[in-house]
Design a binder for this molecule. Structure first.
Ligand code: GLA
Ligand code: ZN
Length: 663
C-alpha cells in the first residue's frame, strides 16, 4: 500500500502563494506535463492555523481536491520550520538563542528551537490536526517532516535543561563527567549540575569532549523532535510514508539517526550551474546522492531539484545550461532516486526567494527550461515500469561518520585538512574510474563489499575496529588513512602509538607526525613515479606491513608513506599522508583488476556511469555532465532505452547528453 519506489516526477507547489484562480490552470498543466507528485504546505503554518487553535484547512482542501481531480499525488510537509508570528509572540521560547545571547528573530525561517516545549506542543498539535484531517484524503500518499533539519547551536533555557539531562543519562554523576571529559584542565571541573550549561560564549577552544557531546546532544534533539511528529503520523496515517528532505552536504546533523525513523530519505539537490565549477560539481553531486542513498541503504527521493538559476542567498548563479536540468535529474535516478520533485513550479513573486528560480519564470510563460522539464517527464514516465524496483549493487564502500567530522571540525588538524573534502577526493577517483560506490555510516555491516575505504578514523572504539578487522580477515581490502585511532569516542587522545586500535590490522606504527598543511611534498611509488601529498605526513615504521610508496623530501625522505599489510584473507592499506587524487586512481584501478570489480572502463572526463538492476534487467546510465560533447567507447552492444536504437562501438554524447542502456 505504501509506495515510494515509483520512478516518477514531481514539483514543489505553494498554493498559498498564488491567487486561487491560478491553481486549476497550474494543476492542469502539471498533469499535461507528466507530473505525478506534488509537495505542499511545508511553510504554511500561518495559513493553516491562523491564530492559536484556529485551524483553517479549507484552502488546502480545495487545492488537494484539485490535485486529486487531476490524479496527482500529494506529500504534505509539516510546517514547523516556520512558526507563525502569533506563536512566537505568545511563546518566545520557540525562538533559539545564539551563543552571544541574542535571539534568532522571526522574519526568515528555521527560527525554532527543537527543545522548546512550546514548539513541541504546538508543532505536535498542528501535525495531529493535519494528520487527522488528511489521513483519508485520496490524493495524499506521504509526509515530509519539517524542512531541512540542521543544527542551531541553541543556548536557551530549555536546551540547558535538556543538555543537563542528556549528560546525566549518559554519565550518571558529575565525577564521571569530569573524568570522561577531562575537565581538570584549566580548572573546568563541575561541582554542581547547575554549572553545566550548553557552551556559552561561542569560543571554539572549549573542552573538545564537552563540545563533541554538545553536538551529539543536538543531533539527538533533532531526532527527538522529529519523533514527536513521526509518532503522530504513524498512528494516525499508518498507510502513508514519511520522509525528510535533507539539506546539501556536508552538514551538521545525524542524518542516520533522522533517517532511521523515516520510510525513505529525500535530498534537496542544487548542483552548481557555474561553468567554472564544471570539473567538480558533477562529482560532489554524485557523492551527495551516494550519501543520501546510504542514509537508509536504499533508494531515495529528491524533494527539491534544480529548475532554474539559484539566487537570493547569494548573487544569482548562471541559468542551467541547455540539457542540465534533464541530465542532473537523470543523474539522481542513476544513483538511486526514485521520485524526483523539482523546486519549484514557478518562481515566487514575493518573499526573500524571488530569484531562486522555478521551472516557470515570474512572467508565467513556460519557456526553455520548462520545455526541457516536459521532455524529462515524458522520458521518465516512459521508463517508469522498466526502472521501478531497480537498485544499485556496489562492491566498494566509503565509510562516513558525522561524529568523525564533528570531532575533526572541533579541532582542525592542519591547514587544508577537511574530512568531507577528503571523502570527496576519494569518491571522485572511484567515480571517474567507472566503479560504483556506496557511502555508508561507519558502523554499518560491511558484508558484500570487496573494497572498503575508511578515511580519517580519528575517533575509534573497539566495535568499529572489530567491524573493520572482520571485514579484512574475511578477505576484504581495507584502506585506512592518517589521523586514525587518535582518540576515544569521548574525544580524549589515546596513550599509545598511532594508529592506536588500528595498529594490529595495519601493521604499522606512527613514530612521529608532521602537519604539513597546505604545503606540497613529494612521494615516490615502487615504480619510481612521483606524486604530491599535502595536509599531513606520518613518519612510519612498518612493523609487519610493506611500504608501497615513500616520501621524497624533507627530513623523512625515503621513509614509507603508504603501506599494505596482509591481514587474514584480506589486505589493509595505510596512507600516512594525504595523497593526490592520481595516486588513488592508480591504486584503485589496480585493486579493481585484482578484485574483479565491475567497472565501466574508459570514461571521458565529466561522464559518469552507474547501473540499476532488478527483476526487469540491468540498466547502464551514461551521463555527460559537461558542456563538451564526448565519445564513449562501448564494450558491447546495448539497447538504448531513450533513443530506441541499438548502440555499439563509439557512442557520441552531446553536452549534458544522457543514455540509458539495457545490458
Ligand atoms: C531549500 C529549501 C527550499 C528553498 C530552497 C532554495 O532547499 O528547502 O525551501 O528555500 O532551499 O533556496
Ligand atoms: Zn533551545
Amino acid at each position: 500500500m505504501k509506495r515510494y519506489d515509483l520512478i516518477q516526477m514531481g514539483v514543489d507547489y505553494y498554493p498559498e502563494h498564488w491567487e486561487e484562480s491560478m491553481w486549476e490552470p497550474d494543476i492542469r498543466l502539471m498533469k499535461e506535463t507528466g507530473v505525478k507528485v506534488v509537495r505542499v504546505a511545508e511553510f504554511a503554518w500561518s495559513r493553516l492555523e491562523i491564530a492559536e487553535g484556529n485551524c483553517q484547512f479549507g484552502w488546502l482542501d480545495r487545492a488537494l481536491d484539485l490535485f486529486h481531480k487531476y490524479e496527482l499525488q500529494v506529500v504534505i510537509g509539516t510546517p514547523t520550520a516556520t512558526p507563525p508570528r502569533w506563536l512566537t509572540t505568545k511563546f518566545p521560547d520557540v525562538l533559539p538563542i545564539f551563543a552571544n545571547g541574542e535571539t534568532f528573530q522571526p522574519g526568515v525561517r528555521g527560527h525554532r528551537c527543537y527543545n522548546s516545549t512550546s514548539l513541541r506542543e504546538y508543532g505536535s498539535r498542528i501535525t495531529q490536526h493535519l494528520a487527522e484531517h488528511y489521513s483519508e484524503h485520496p490524493a495524499v500518499i506521504g509526509w515530509q517532516t519539517d524542512n531541512e533539519f540542521g543544527m542551531l547551536d541553541c543556548h536557551c533555557d530549555a536546551c540547558n535543561i535538556a543538555f543537563r539531562n542528556w549528560v546525566k543519562a549518559k554519565y550518571g554523576n558529575l565525577d564521571r563527567v569530569n573524568a570522561e571529559w577531562g575537565t581538570v584542565v584549566w580548572s573546568g571541573e563541575y561541582s554542581d549540575w547547575n554549572e553545566l550549561t550548553v557552551p556559552l560564549g561561542g569560543s571554539p577552544h572549549q573542552n573538545p569532549s564537552f563540545l563533541l557531546d554538545y553536538q551529539r546532544f543536538q543531533w539527538d534533539s533533532v531526532v527527538a523532535f522529529q519523533r514527536t511528529q513521526i509518532d503522530i503520523l504513524r498512528s494516525v496515517c499508518p498507510q502513508h510514508f514519511i520522509t525528510h528532505n535533507f539539506h546539501s552536504y556536508p552538514q551538521r546533523l545525524d542524518m542516520y539517526g533522522v533517517g532511521a525513523d523515516l520510510d525513505v530519505a529525500a535530498f534537496d539537490y542544487y548542483p552548481n550551474t557555474s561553468p567554472a565549477k564544471q570539473a567538480t560539481t558533477p562529482y560532489s553531486g554524485a557523492l551527495s546522492l551516494d550519501v543520501t542513498r546510504g542514509i537508509k541503504r536504499q533508494n531515495f527521493w529528491i524533494m527539491e531539484q534544480l529548475s532554474g538559476s539559484p539566487g537570493c542567498w547569494m548573487p544569482m548563479w548562471r541559468t542551467p545550461y541547455p540539457g542540465m536540468i534533464r541530465a542532473y535529474a537523470w543523474q539522481t535516478i542513476a544513483r538511486g532516486a526514485d521520485t524526483v520533485v523539482h523546486f519549484r513550479w514557478r518562481s515566487a513573486v514575493a518573499g526573500a526567494e524571488q530569484f531562486w528560480h522555478g521551472l516557470i519564470d515570474h512572467s508565467n510563460v513556460p519557456g526553455r527550461r520548462f520545455a526541457e522539464f516536459t521532455q524529462l517527464c515524458h522520458e521518465v514516465n516512459t521508463l517508469e515500469e522498466k526502472l521501478t524496483g531497480t537498485t544499485l549493487k556496489n562492491e566498494v564502500a566509503i565509510l562516513h561518520s558525522h561524529e568523525e567530522k564533528a570531532a575533526l571540525d572541533i579541532q582542525p588538524q592542519a591547514e587544508g585538512f577537511d574530512y568531507y573534502e577528503n571523502i570527496k577526493q576519494i569518491h571522485r577517483a572511484v567515480t571517474k574510474l567507472g566503479v560504483g560506490c556506496d557511502v555508508i555510516d561507519l558502523r554499518q555491516p560491511l558484508d558484500g563489499y570487496k573494497v572498503v575505504i575508511a578515511p580519517n578514523l580519528y575517533l575509534l572504539d573497539e566495535e568499529i575496529v572489530r567491524n573493520l578487522e572482520d571485514f579484512a580477515l574475511a578477505g576484504g581490502t581495507l584502506l585506512i588513512t592518517n589521523r586514525s585511532g587518535v582518540k576515544t569516542t569521548n574525544n580524549i587522545a589515546v596513550m599509545q602509538p598511532l594508529p592506536g586500535l588500528l595498529s594490529y590490522c595495519t601493521g604499522v606504527e606512527v613514530l612521529e607526525y608532521d602537519p604539513i598543511g597546505a604545503e606540497t611534498h613529494k612521494v615516490i611509488d615502487a615504480e619510481g613515479n612521483p606524486y604530491e601529498c599535502t595536509q599531513w605526513c606520518d613518519i612510519l615504521r612498518p612493523v609487519v606491513a610493506s611500504p608501497i610508496a615513500w616520501y621524497g623530501d624533507d627530513f623523512y625522505s625515503g621513509t614509507p608513506a603508504v603501506t599494505v599489510n596482509d591481514f587474514g584473507k584480506g589486505q589493509v592499506y595505510y596512507f600516512g599522508t594525504h595523497m593526490e587524487e592520481r595516486f588513488w586512481s592508480v591504486l584503485l584501478e589496480r585493486l579493481s583488476k585484482q578484485q574483479g570489480l565491475f567497472r565501466f572502463e574508459g570514461l571521458p572526463d565529466g561522464v559518469q556511469a552507474s547501473v540499476r538492476s532488478g527483476d526487469q534487467g540491468s540498466f547502464l546510465f551514461l551521463l555527460n555532465l559537461s558542456r563538451e560533447s564526448v565519445t564513449v567507447a562501448l564494450p558491447q552492444e546495448y539497447n538504448s532505452l531513450l533513443n530506441h536504437s541499438i548502440c555499439s562501438g563509439e557512442l557520441q554524447l552531446e553536452p549534458y547528453g544522457v543514455e540509458i542502456l539495457e545490458m
